[in-house]
Design a protein around this ligand. Sequence first.
Ligand code: ATP
Length: 347
Amino acid sequence: MSPAETLDLAEFLGDGISQELSTAIHFVAEQLPVAVRFHPVDLSLERRRSESETAYQEAEKAIRKYRVALKYPTTTECESPNKVMRERFDFTVIHRPVCTIPGVKTRFDGKVDLHIVRIAVGGTYEDAGRRIGTEAAVSVRVIERRPSFEAAKFAFELAQKLECGVVSASKYTIQRATDGLFEEVVEDVAKTYPHIPHQAELFDALLAKLVMNAEAYRVIVTPNEYGDFLSDAACGMIGSIGLGASASYSFDGDGIVNLAMFDPAGGTAPDIAGKGLCNPAAALWAFAMLLEHKGYRALGAALADAVRDTISSGQTTGDLGGSLGTMEFTEAVCQAMGARLTGSVKL
Ligand code: ATP
């Protein structure tokens, strides 16, 4: 996608620290050499309690108009806003980068630089199951061709950009019909990218190999629940489950991205909300992913690297042992970003 002069995006405001994260993002956006126009939609719990359908309709209208959205943490009371939006916007793929952050304490001394591409639907998560009498229960596990194709195509496109191979991971020797279908679809997509190495691995073996030799892996594509487990395991390896961003995508019939939503991994952090203490790093990384997706690749990379550099230089918020407030950290990120983009960033 080639970058436009003005970047229009839907902004889904949520609960807790959502407003502070939004303020930090707007501050960074003002430093960019592109005009960013935010189109906010209130998805706070208070609003959803009184007019949830109207709120979701507004969100749908905005994301369909601008094609991209930034979403902040929302409280789940009855419905999960993430689930509602996944269904309404037909998000079938989640992309979760997980990368070592120098300066963040970890038990693992290797380097992680992973892109987990996960089918966002199906697997065991579609069916909560049912009891059979008192001593047994059963659930249905679903693998579908279209989301498998979209995830595989996304993974190969990503690998092409990153100049690396793709590993697909599942339990295809046991779940022969379901994971077998997933691997068959990945294999078909792989044939259309003959220059990109592809290898299928058993998911349990992959977990062990990842811990022993994380550097060997870059892009991994996997069904829904495995992707969920893998994301948390990888985050544990880099020392934090709240310090990352993810993107959710829907596609047109040719596997080209139609809608994209970017959000920080963490929750609403009600205990520190409104105090100016929250760490905006994950939200800033989400914004960086959005910039890259919209074609502002240098800006997105500069912002992502600036967040990483700021943390590794020891300038951090309280959750990482530092003393900076949300906006002090954000200002430090802008300084680091400015140094990387001298002349092209308004500072
Ligand atoms: P939710 O129900 O939205 O998941 P929660 O408080 O149960 O909220 P988190 O929001 O993930 O779960 O918070 C867990 C802990 O991590 C809290 O102590 C919170 O303050 C902290 N935390 C979460 N996000 C951040 C952040 N961005 N910056 C600093 N601390 C955070």
